[in-house]
Design a protein around this ligand. Structure first.
Ligand code: RP5
Length: 165
């Protein structure tokens, strides 16, 4: 059986700084991933081929980030019934609002789970991917719970520290 993985797609290498945040989270939980530059508009056939091939090789879900008229996540969703998480990227004159609307406004029946604009969204795409995979992986589910406890402890420590300023 092929190893499961998450595909992280981006429309351009100029999206990498943002989308690498998804990979950082997946790496943290030891989730295998592939990083791919492919464009809904510039390389539509390659995008379709990658999605279909990735499914055959064990891709469980897709994270797709793009800027401007960001149709990459939707194009991936058009070719797959695996979950697709979309990250709108601030890579144009409208500060990502264009990408947000392009990613989120999918027609009924072809969903894209759309995250926040930019790095925060890319990080949460990684976390949400982990949470989806954890449905079938108790060790991963426990690792996510442990990380939540660490976050809570960090907030508590900041609450103590701020009183000492
Ligand atoms: C989108 O256009 C890409 O996702 C990127 O955010 C934006 C600009 O691409 P480049 O001109 O930097 O390649 O398709």
């Amino acid at each position: 059986m092929s190893q499961i993985f998450v595909a992280i797609l981006m429309g351009s290498d100029s999206d990498y700084n943002c989308m690498s945040c998804s990979k950082t989270i997946l790496d943290k939980f030891s989730i295998a991933s592939e990083v791919v530059v492919t464009s809904a508009h510039r390389t539509p056939e390659e995008t379709r081929h990658y999605v279909q091939d990735a499914e055959q090789r064990g891709c469980e879900l897709f994270i797709a980030g793009a800027g401007m008229a960001a149709h990459l996540a939707g194009a991936v969703a058009a070719h797959s019934t695996r979950p697709v998480l979309g990250v709108p990227i601030n890579n144009g004159p409208l500060q990502g609002f264009d990408a947000l609307l392009s990613t989120v406004q999918m027609p009924p029946g072809i969903p894209v789970g759309t995250l926040a604009i930019g790095a925060a969204g890319a990080k949460n795409a990684g976390y949400l991917a982990a949470q989806i995979l954890a449905l079938k992986d108790p060790a991963l589910a426990q690792a996510l719970k442990d990380e939540r406890a660490e976050q809570a402890a960090a907030v508590a420590a900041k609450n103590v520290a701020i009183k000492e300023r």
